[in-house]
Write a protein that binds this ligand. Structure first.
Ligand SMILES: NC(=O)c1ccc[n+]([C@@H]2O[C@H](COP(=O)([O-])OP(=O)(O)OC[C@H]3O[C@@H](n4cnc5c(N)ncnc54)[C@H](O)[C@@H]3O)[C@@H](O)[C@H]2O)c1
Ligand SMILES: O=C(O)[C@H](O)COP(=O)(O)O
Length: 525
């Protein structure tokens, strides 16, 4: 009988589900790393929240482990590549605590507007400082939401209910979805300039890390109040401290910190800063939701092999797997390729299946393509949530099936329409199950996608390839594969280069400055 360890505070509902489904379950919370390493070898499943760190040494000791279930959203405490390499499925519950977290952000906004924690402490101390705590109304104020996904859009809805003017910065929010929500879609600069309250609801990615740094805080309206119930690392804490000390920022309410558990922090002790210890998801309702859901998902997987809400593995049945797997990889790669190049809201996605692949389970393949497409923008998107997210965002998704045509026996073509342009990319699977890109826009080429890729669009002129090669060489970057294609001699051309390491920003800038280069972008797969 499979055995599960619950190593963080989960609702007792989870234990009941595991037992009802016939699994053995142990609850051992507060384990340190070595204690976890010592016992993890006994378990097939590990159910966690954000406290347990699933690191490579833990995974190395977890010889029987098949699934890690995160009762909540963020899986930043799980080393995903290491889990994937160890064959461990990681699943989460992407929607179960969204309402609760949005409510915490609203509670923090009110606490800030009316100094409630400070006034509470002062009153308990018998001071009756009635004139000290002069607040601000939220009605009519501008609420600036950075990141308008599941939680951000619930905050927007509540803000509108409070008669606030809600503006949102989220490059991947379509104008139609913003309009449906009654939210004004704005650029970051505009949001910073106009918002009386700013609330953060993005994942922590390379693009969002330090999004509120000294430079951006200086662009904020004087007297702005800032709420962060998303992730520490979105705000530079020392810069926020300085902005509060100078009086430019009136206050901040923080549920999350650069380092957690936060035992000391530059912002601790400041009168204008309200802190909670990562309580965003801590309500009975949310905890019940996520515990029930994660236990059901883990039991399903351990008992039947069904995969739901997995972050690192697509959902496929045992019979379909061998034929479908290379096409799943291809679909996800095509999606990821387009997603990494997309910098504005997606309105439409069409996936063409031609030849043999049109007879397969194209729904799963479409979900794989959407997962790849949305992944560069969203922290938690998987084969199950991708279509729901696309629908929520008013992205029109359609499949077209064709008989075999053209040079390839079978292929998948992904066409992505955004506010600004239409992008198409096609690929096939070669014998031996090797996925290959065969066309980008209307330019033919045959390219495998490696871990580090450089995508360059340029004019087909002499000297360009040499200049590109020497720029990479000068930067010590080895070229593993070089693929070229062009529309016509002297016309638009595309280079897709596999390199052995990440290309630094300075080298990208040098390539961008080469004659005949239109665009350069580093991609990773
Ligand atoms: N405090 C807590 O206890 C708690 C609870 C739940 C979730 N969270 C955190 O809240 C955050 C949001 O969760 P969610 O479920 O709404 O995620 P989500 O993926 O549904 O939404 C994130 C949104 O951020 C947007 N985004 C991505 N990059 C952006 C960028 N560079 N600039 C602006 N917007 C960008 C995405 O387009 C998306 O709409 C996550 O970091 C999650 O881990 C915290
Ligand atoms: O990502 C999440 O779901 C939240 O940060 C909640 O984390 P917690 O389950 O540790 O409270």
């Amino acid at each position: 009988m499979p055995k599960v360890l619950i190593s963080d505070q989960l609702s007792p509902a989870a234990v009941q589900i595991f037992k009802d489904r016939g699994l053995e379950v142990d609850v051992k919370t507060g384990l340190d790393r070595d204690e976890l390493i010592k016992i993890i070898g006994d378990y097939d499943g590990l159910a966690i929240r954000s406290a347990t760190k699933v690191t490579p040494p833990v995974l190395a000791a977890a010889k029987k482990l098949k699934v890690v279930g995160r009762a909540g959203i963020g899986v930043d405490n799980v080393d995903l590549p290491a889990a994937t390499a160890a064959g461990v499925i990681v699943m989460n519950t992407p929607f179960g605590n969204s309402i609760t977290t949005a409510e915490h952000a609203i509670a923090m906004m009110f606490a800030l507007a009316r100094d409630i924690p400070q006034a509470n402490a002062s009153t308990h101390a018998g001071k009756w400082e009635k004139s000290k705590f002069m607040g601000v109304e939220v009605t009519g104020k501008v609420l600036g939401i950075i990141g308008c996904g599941n939680i951000g859009s619930i905050v927007a809805d509540r803000g509108i209910g409070l008669r606030m003017k809600v503006i949102a910065f989220d490059p991947f929010l379509t104008p139609e979805r913003a309009q449906d929500m009654g939210v004004e879609k704005v650029e970051l600069e505009d949001l910073l300039k106009r918002a009386d309250f700013i609330t953060l609801h993005t994942p922590l990615t390379d693009k969002t890390r330090n999004i509120l740094n000294a430079e951006n805080l200086a662009k904020c309206k004087k007297g702005v109040r800032i709420v962060n119930c998303a992730r520490g690392g979105l705000i530079v804490e020392s810069d926020l401290k300085a902005a509060i000390e100078s009086g430019h920022v009136a206050g901040a309410a923080l549920d999350v910190f650069e380092e957690e558990p936060a035992k000391s922090n530059p912002l601790f002790g400041m009168d204008q800063v309200i802190c909670t210890p990562h309580l965003g998801a801590s309500t009975n309702e949310a905890q019940e939701n996520v515990a029930l859901q994660v236990a059901e998902q883990m039991a399903d997987y351990l008992l039947t092999g069904a995969v739901t809400n997995s972050i690192n593995v697509p959902a496929v049945s045992a019979e379909e797997a061998p034929k479908l797997t290379p096409f799943l990889t291809l679909a996800q790669q095509l999606g990821s390729f387009a997603g990494q190049l997309t910098e504005s809201g997606i309105s439409e996605v069409t996936i063409e299946y031609a030849g043999d692949v049109a007879e397969m389970n194209t729904r799963v393949l479409t979900n794989a393509a959407l997962t790849g497409l949305l992944k560069p923008q969203l922290e938690d998107v998987n084969m199950v949530s991708a279509p729901v997210i696309a629908k929520d965002r008013n992205i029109k998704v359609s499949e077209v099936k064709r008989e075999q045509q053209g040079a390839y026996e079978t292929y998948i073509r992904l066409i992505v329409k955004t506010e600004r342009q239409e992008r198409s990319v096609a690929g096939t699977v070669f014998s031996g199950g090797l996925p290959r890109l065969i066309q980008i826009k209307s330019v033919n080429m045959e390219a495998a996608l490696g871990r580090h890729m450089l995508y360059v669009t340029n004019l087909d002129k002499p000297g360009f390839i040499g200049a590109l090669g020497s720029t990479l060489g000068k930067a010590g970057i080895n070229i593993a594969n070089f693929n070229l294609g062009r529309e016509k001699a002297g016309g638009d051309a595309i280079c897709l280069i596999e390199v052995d390491a990440d290309v630094p920003a300075a080298t990208l800038a040098e390539i961008q400055a080469l004659p005949h280069v239109v665009q350069v972008k580093a991609l990773s797969f």
